[in-house]
Design a protein around this ligand. Structure first.
Ligand SMILES: Nc1ncnc2c1ncn2[C@@H]1O[C@H](COP(=O)(O)OP(=O)(O)OP(=O)(O)O)[C@@H](O)[C@H]1O
Length: 272
């Protein structure tokens, strides 16, 4: 891997941008349980960065540190060149980090369109009061939000279900709506927690294509946790491997695939 300062060229010949987030010596404890032990790595602009590892390795905990939901017990998180301190929930929401969840977290009774609109809530300036006082400006803002949302709906090919209540959709489409809602927030970093979990082969292929297309079209920096090794190796620019809370590998897919510690801890077991 060649570091040019502004960005790096990966072994596969791809290129990723400058550092967007740096995790320095992160340790996270829950009472006596050490979920993350002294882990450092960075996330670069425009890349797809995977975090893999066996069950209980600490992947979800790490995703929660990245999102700002957990404050590490030790270590520092640097985001866009600034050290991040402890934050209040509203500050976390405004950070520009959007995520999808392992278990879908959508409003079943609401339409696809309205669910996706909720992704823009932190970007909305006019509340109810200002709408009442200054209707014109609020209406213009609403139009702008709808336009952005419609673009995402087109892009993810869900125009035909935009009015359908989410509760009526099959699992794969719900996951796509979740992705749409996260994108609607125009995130600086998009966090995907097992985006293919529970999907059939066809749904997985669709989701892979959309994640790659989103990355291409919007240049969205994406961090994902995923159990399906084939998916991770196909999608990612770089992979962090965790085991028992420690980092045992970090690099492009080919490098990680040939790392003996990784083979022993995880891939070897999965592909025995
Ligand atoms: N809120 C919590 N309180 C106490 N212990 C926790 C908490 N969250 C995680 N842990 C513990 O931290 C360790 C790492 O858990 P984590 O969920 O981050 O792993 P994971 O790699 O995401 O696992 P999986 O693949 O099964 O989702 C585990 O031992 C887990 O039991």
């Amino acid at each position: 891997m060649k570091d040019t300062g502004a960005g790096i060229t990966t072994a596969e010949g791809g290129s990723v941008g400058p550092v967007l987030m740096e995790l320095r010596n992160i340790t996270l404890r829950f009472g006596g349980v050490v979920a993350i032990k002294d882990i450092s790595f960075d996330i670069r602009e425009g890349e797809i960065r995977a975090i893999i590892g066996p069950n209980g390795a600490g992947k979800s905990s790490m995703l929660n540190v990245i999102s700002g939901f957990y404050v590490p017990t030790e270590g520092e998180v640097w985001f866009r060149g600034e050290k991040r301190g402890p934050m209040k929930p509203y500050q976390v929401a405004r950070l520009g980090i959007a995520r999808t969840f392992q278990n879908i977290a959508l409003f079943d009774g609401m339409s696809v369109l309205d669910n996706i609109m909720t992704g823009r809530l932190t970007l909305m300036h006019s509340g109810l009061l200002s709408q009442a006082m200054w209707w014109g400006k609020a209406a213009a803002e609403e139009d702008e939000h709808r336009e952005k949302v419609e673009k995402i709906i087109d892009f993810l090919e869900i125009q035909n279900i935009r009015k359908t209540p989410v509760g009526r959709l099959p699992y794969g489409l719900k996951k796509r709506v979740e992705l749409a809602r996260a994108l609607a927030a125009e995130p600086k970093i998009l966090l995907l927690d097992e985006p293919m979990a529970g999907m059939n082969v066809e749904e997985k292929e669709d989701m892979c294509r959309f994640i790659l297309d989103v990355n291409d079209e919007f240049g969205t920096t994406t961090v994902l946790i995923e159990h399906d090794m084939g998916v991770v190796m196909d999608l990612s620019d770089r992979v962090v491997v965790m085991d028992y809370g420690r980092k045992i590998g970090d690099g492009p897919p080919d490098e990680v695939r040939n790392n003996q510690d990784v083979i022993d801890a995880y891939l070897g077991v999965a592909h025995a």
